[in-house]
Design a protein. Structure first.
Length: 671
């Protein structure tokens, strides 16, 4: 108390002497020092509000979700899809949704097939289809219904409205099909009313091939303008020599982008023996994540690669330079290189010509019919072929130590054996001084039953504190193989995780894509989930019967709103010398009850465009009093704002230039 009085008195003297301002508590004056990168705010600078305290007891709290898909009218609208992206495209504070079948085909606006939909959130009461009136799928000539594999959203020109990158996945197989040669990935600029116009004409490849599987928007050089990294899959599926360079594009601030990969440290080369061993070859990428794992204020790049290739981790050193630490960081793959239970290896050794070789000594007979298999001695047994089929990486402070950990998402199959990486938690204890620590399933608790001919089809994931108890949870979408379902791992007080999908109401067969969304703006994260019909037959190994269509599911969170939480609407300065408008890359540190709760504002990631609600919800459980909130802005100076005398359970509007204001949750998202 004495400390606060001294600080308050000092602030008032400074205001009177230097500004001639009154310093009334109702005002929100910013203490600015041109020579300082850090601003501190106390009760003289923050509006006065009454505390709101909840008393939920000690968490974790039993999670309960309710399926409200039908209630929202989405079944009547016949909304289907496997991939879902969330963004507030209308700028009214309510998150809208884009749903995609990940198709490469055009739509007929007069007779659409449902390849994609853009739906406006009607303030939590339902959705309005604005697909073709939005302009997001039109060209400059007025042709509507262009192809759209997936869309990711970002404020590319700092207008305060979300622009869009409509990605059309084009590989050699697609390009050979009639009618697909005219559609390509394009930028669309938001006109400020939720409608779009085509951005500046540009292509993201030297020729027509654009097998872009993932896009991460971030401000790699912290100049206040968003850039993006595009991860590319095979040019021709299954042929490693058709993989190409992943690319870094610098935003120019008007919807144009410049390829700045060369000289950045992100370069890879065509595969040869030396490049494969070093892990510097072009690889078939499936996902990319941008996240600051070093804590230096710059977001780093993690590329998740398919075909059991090494994954890639590039440290952002600033000034547009990156260092490849994929292998040294322990991110490239796990350390299980035992291929003796790989059925393809056993098939190789079952051939008469190979049985008696030293290579096949002690090999067991295969458990599969060896009609088709691929195993090449000297290649298939090497570390660069004993990684995982990685679809994406989640980046969050799972351990609560203030450092960003990683969770890798993997496809794995019984017949390939233990050398194929499985989804795994990598903890950050002191990176980059020490490599990430990979936790075994038994250690983390992130386990699952595997019987007979099992498959892990983990194609996507979400990281959030669903019950707002202060500990991060993990939702995995597993699909495309018999018996695959979503999995919800709730973190317990011993830091281990417990799978609770069935009892929480979040178990969905063949869950493929999804997003975090506070759909009703009640202060907790709800779920929207898409499904796949891939390999979904009539066999009894599936969790449930195949539905008539790939209807998306909306699951309302009925638990999280009962705990204390800090809710933040982050707004960057959006001009030279300030953060990008969406504050992508900002680090949020909430200090309360002698604990720190750390979040990072992130944009798109993962296979085919995962993107979540930007509304920041930080659970603090049964703690009501917040000591302070620290914001580390992603601008040139690495500016820091520290706010004291702030309160939980309000919406905190934090603007880089205007400071912090409190708003009642029920009032903030009204007209």
């Amino acid at each position: 108390m004495i400390k606060n009085i001294i600080v308050l008195f000092t602030v008032l003297i400074m205001v009177i002497v230097f500004c001639g301002c009154s310093g009334d508590k109702g005002e929100s004056d910013i203490l600015d020092d041109s020579d300082s990168d850090e601003h501190e705010y106390d009760d003289a600078d923050i509006d006065v509000v009454e505390p709101i305290c909840k008393t939920p007891g000690e968490g974790p709290y039993p999670l309960k979700f309710t399926d409200i898909t039908e209630e929202l009218g989405l079944l009547d609208m016949d909304v289907t899809g496997s991939q879902i992206t969330v963004a507030d495209v209308t700028g009214n504070g309510w998150p809208d949704i884009y749903v995609s079948m990940a198709s490469k085909e055009r739509e007929d606006p007069d007779n659409p097939k449902g390849h994609y939909r853009l739906l406006k959130n009607m303030r939590g009461k339902g959705f309005k289809d604005i697909t073709f009136e939005s302009g997001l799928f039109s060209d400059s000539s007025g042709n509507n219904g262009l192809a759209s594999t997936f869309v990711v959203f970002a404020d590319m020109n700092n207008s305060g409205f979300m622009d869009a990158l409509n990605v059309v996945y084009v590989d050699r197989g697609t390009y050979s099909l009639e009618g697909y040669r005219d559609d390509f990935s394009r930028v669309y600029i938001n006109k400020g009313d939720g409608t779009f116009k085509p951005g500046p004409s540009q292509r993201f490849h030297e020729d027509f091939l654009e097998p872009i599987a993932s896009v991460a928007f971030f401000d790699y050089d912290r100049d206040g303008v968003l850039d993006f990294f595009a991860a590319r899959h095979y040019g021709r599926f299954g042929y490693l020599d058709t993989c190409e360079q992943d690319t870094l594009y610098k935003g120019l601030g008007d919807g144009r982008f410049k390829n700045v990969t060369s000289g950045s440290g992100l370069e890879t080369v065509a595969p040869d023996d030396e490049a494969l061993v070093a892990g510097i070859n072009h690889r078939p990428a499936w996902g990319v994540t941008a996240c600051d794992v070093t804590g230096n204020g710059f977001q780093d790049i993690m590329v998740s690669n398919y075909a059991r290739s090494f994954n890639s981790l590039y440290i952002n050193e600033g000034e547009g330079l990156f260092e490849d630490v994929s292998i040294a960081s322990n991110f490239a793959s796990d350390d299980n290189e035992d291929y003796f239970d790989d059925q393809f290896f056993r098939c190789y050794c079952a051939e008469e010509a190979n049985r008696d070789t030293e290579y096949c000594k002690d090999a067991l007979p295969p458990s599969i019919i060896c009609s088709q298999y691929s195993w090449i001695p000297g290649y298939s047994d090497q570390p660069f072929r004993l990684g995982g089929n990685s679809s994406g990486t989640l980046c969050a402070d799972f351990t609560g130590n203030g450092k960003m950990d990683l969770f890798t998402l993997e496809l794995a199959h019984w017949h390939i054996g233990g050398s194929s990486d499985r989804s795994q938690l990598l903890t950050n204890e002191n990176f980059p001084q020490e490599p990430f620590k990979r936790l075994m399933e038994e250690e983390s608790g992130i386990t699952r039953p595997r019987y007979g001919g099992w498959d892990d089809g983990d194609l996507g994931g979400l990281a959030a504190d669903f019950d707002n108890d202060g500990k991060m949870d993990i939702y995995i979408m597993s699909s495309d193989y018999p018996g695959t379902t979503s999995l919800l791992y709730q973190q317990q007080n011993d830091s281990r995780f417990k799978e609770v999908a069935k009892e929480s109401g979040t178990l969905i067969a063949r869950a493929h894509g999804g997003a975090l969304i506070d759909i009703d703006r009640d202060g907790d994260y709800d779920l929207i989930v898409g499904v796949s019909f891939m390999r979904w037959g009539s066999d009894t190994s599936d969790y449930s019967e195949k539905p008539e269509k790939q209807w998306i599911r909306v699951l309302r969170n009925d638990t999280g709103q009962n705990a204390n939480r800090v809710m933040i609407d982050m707004i960057g300065g959006g001009k030279e010398g300030k953060s990008n408008r969406s504050a992508i890359g900002a680090r949020i540190i909430v200090r309360a009850g002698e604990k720190e709760f750390v979040r990072e504002v992130q944009s798109s990631y993962g296979l085919m465009g995962f993107q979540n609600d930007l509304f920041q919800i930080i659970g603090i459980g049964n703690i009501c009093d917040v000591d302070e909130i620290e914001i580390r802005w992603p601008d040139k100076k690495g500016s820091v704002d520290i706010f004291r005398e702030v309160y939980a359970n309000y919406v905190l509007r934090i603007h880089q230039e205007e400071g912090l204001t409190h708003h009642k949750l029920e009032d903030y998202f009204k007209e």
